[in-house]
Design a protein around this ligand. Structure first.
Ligand code: NAD
Ligand code: TYD
Length: 354
């Protein structure tokens, strides 16, 4: 078996950061299977486009014939499964795509991987890993004084997105329990950093503020999330892949709980410094808008297990990570124009039409 890793959803926010990090660390070849939905962007991987260890495949995880062919051709030693519909607000407007990719797609992938894995001979069979990337949202919402989520917390997903991810986590668990597929699951808190699609809070606020547009805060702005810099998440995934115990789940978080209003005010303060508005402060753009239906009040992760077992802790503080992120969005106007204009999508459809 080769050392190749098959990454799904590697043209999205976290997947592209993960692939770039691995390639820059000089690691083994990566095949990236991505459907290029609105959230996927091959330009995220421009830096390694010419690298012989990297191959991009345009396709759907639910296309079993394609997945089977890729597994046969590349003989990967591991799958790192990022591909998903990932935005809670979109799942509220229309859950079908979330079920199709996050549940049906994960099931199709698991079925093909199981067949591939069963045909492997030792030691490849024992060394193989299926790493499933998931979220803290599967655990539901915390009260202000509740302890953070640990791995034994029962699931209580509240949005269609969270429900679809919870279903996929259960499928992965069942494939280990029933078929002994060597799985690993990671549940992580909210990520931020370069290449995040600007429908999510942090990039949305940076770009709207830069353009002098209003900064929409749902409800009273007191909802709490635990924010982690994306590079730290990618390192945690690499640690779990390398040393995680088969069949286990690892919670990953930033030890960094913040209210949404705090996040927006911090970004506004940084922009006042990096890109001042004449005669006004960015925070003047803050607008409270109608709340998200069923909006979870608080998420917080207990990341002691991954620290105890694998020695992982976040390296970036929120103060350093958010400054890097704001700088990145200000410095990457072309990327922003591409993902927000729609012309990028048209180009991809034409370019990959065959
Ligand atoms: P994203 O929306 O930025 O990227 C998802 C990628 O998956 C895109 O490139 C998209 O084209 C691809 N994709 C979607 N459907 C596909 C399909 N059927 N077949 C192949 N590719 C498909 O998402 P992200 O923020 O990078 O999240 C990646 C994973 O991490 C998801 O599983 C998500 O649930 C999980 N996660 C995200 C966060 C976060 O804060 N963003 C936190 C914890 C966990
Ligand atoms: P988001 O980035 O969509 O992630 P998630 O819902 O998965 O946690 O939202 C983060 C928080 O910011 C969440 O509490 C909803 C809130 N939010 C706003 O207040 N305004 C916005 O325009 C968006 C997109 C999110």
């Amino acid at each position: 078996m080769r050392q190749t890793i098959l990454v799904t959803g590697g043209a999205g926010f976290i997947g592209s950061n993960f692939i770039l990090q691995r390639m820059e660390q000089g690691r083994a070849p990566v095949v990236n299977l991505d459907k290029l939905t609105y959230a996927g962007n091959v330009r995220n991987l421009d830096r390694i486009a010419g690298d012989k260890r990297y191959e991009f495949v345009h396709g759907d995880i639910g296309d079993r014939a394609l997945v089977q062919a890729l597994l046969g051709q590349h003989q990967p030693r591991a799958i790192v499964h990022f591909a998903a519909e990932s935005h809670v607000d979109r799942s509220i407007r229309g859950p079908e795509d979330f079920i199709r990719t996050n549940v049906d797609g994960t099931l199709a992938l698991l079925e093909e991987v199981r067949a591939y894995w069963m045909d492997l001979t030792e030691p490849a069979r024992t060394d193989f890993r299926f790493l499933h990337v998931s979220t803290d949202e599967v655990y539901g919402s915390l009260g202000p004084d509740d302890p953070p989520f640990c791995e034994t917390k029962s699931y209580a997903p509240n949005s269609p997105y969270a429900a679809s991810k919870a279903a996929s986590d259960h499928l992965v668990r069942a494939y280990h329990h029933t078929y002994e597929l060597p799985t690993l699951t990671t549940n992580c808190s909210n990520n931020y950093g370069p290449f995040q699609f600007p429908e999510k809070l942090i990039p949305l606020v940076i770009l709207n503020a830069r353009d002098g547009k209003s900064l929409p805060i749902y409800g009273d702005g007191q909802n709490v999330r635990d924010w982690l810099y994306v590079q730290d998440h990618c390192e945690a995934i690499a640690a779990v892949l390398a040393q995680g115990r088969v069949g286990e789940t690892y919670n990953i978080g930033g030890w960094n709980e913040k209210r949404n209003i705090e996040i927006v005010e911090i970004i506004c303060g940084i922009l006042d410094e990096m890109a001042p508005r004449t005669g006004a402060r960015h925070r003047d753009l803050i607008t409270f808008v109608k709340d998200r239906p069923g909006h979870d009040r608080r998420y917080a992760m207990d990341a002691h297990k991954i620290e105890r077992e694998l020695g992982w802790r976040p390296k970036e503080t929120f103060e350093t990570g958010i400054r890097k992120t704001v700088r990145w969005y200000l410095d990457n106007q072309d990327w922003v124009r591409d993902v927000t204009s729609g012309s990028y999508r048209q180009w991809i459809e034409t370019h990959y039409s065959n």
